[in-house]
Design a protein around this ligand. Structure first.
Ligand SMILES: N[C@@H](CCC(=O)N[C@@H](CS)C(=O)NCC(=O)O)C(=O)O
Length: 207
């Protein structure tokens, strides 16, 4: 299987973590969004990362890809069998992708992407607004939901993958969860990002 996309993307990271958890072998091509690579553009009609090509089966979108991987290689299960747990896992996946990603990408863009990669100044006021005002309610919510090592059920799965993946981008924006204010969240983030699958995904080439 070929996986397209820079590991700096939280969505690509989701796919790399799921592949590592399921011990599926892959070839990583760390292309940037909208890259001209013809194989990538066929797999990703909108030019977004990630995308995969599994022996000619091409697919974009991290959620669609994780669904496909789950059906192709059911073990270890990353989507719970119980209907309510599965629904909650999906909720957390969407929460990670939409609400959380929207706020953290402000921090990531202004503090990392612009100054470090695009070589233009970032807007620190925008980053600070996200850190001081927009992210804390989301952290409060996550703190209220954590009662064990995993977000849903008694096993690691897509909820943990999708919500933890963006936290690495926050780290790149020099933001760590304040353990005094959000102790359960801080512990869960550290535990999850320290998993071998996350360590491998984070270390994968960005370009
Ligand atoms: N829902 C998609 C989102 C993918 C996405 O937005 N990726 C970003 C990079 S983090 C991208 O490729 N953006 C380029 C663009 O929107 O043109 C997924 O889960 O894969």
């Amino acid at each position: 299987m070929i996986v397209y996309g820079s590991s700096i993307s939280p969505f690509v990271r989701k796919v790399l973590v799921a592949l590592a958890e399921k011990r599926i072998r892959y070839e990583h091509r760390p292309v940037a969004p909208q890259a001209e690579d013809p194989g990538f553009r066929t797999a990703s009609p909108l030019g977004k990362i990630p995308a995969i090509d599994n022996g000619g089966f091409r697919l974009a979108d991290s959620s669609a890809i994780l669904d496909y991987l789950e059906r192709q290689s059911p073990l270890p299960a990353l989507i719970p069998a119980d209907p309510e747990d599965a629904a909650r896992a999906r909720w957390f996946e969407k929460f990670g992708e939409v609400e959380f990603n929207r706020q953290l990408s402000v921090v990531f863009t202004e503090r990392f992407l612009k100054p470090r990669l695009l070589k233009v100044p970032g807007d620190e006021a925008l980053a600070q607004q996200a850190i001081d005002t927009d992210l804390p309610p989301l952290f409060d919510y996550l703190e209220s939901q954590i009662s064990g090592p995993f977000l849903v059920e008694s096993a690691f799965g897509i909820a943990d993958i999708a919500v933890a993946a963006p936290f690495h981008n926050l780290r790149l924006g020099q933001v760590e969860v304040d353990a005094a204010r959000w102790p359960k969240l801080a512990g869960w983030v550290t535990l999850t990002l320290d998993r071998p699958s996350f360590v491998t995904a984070i270390a994968a080439p960005a370009w």
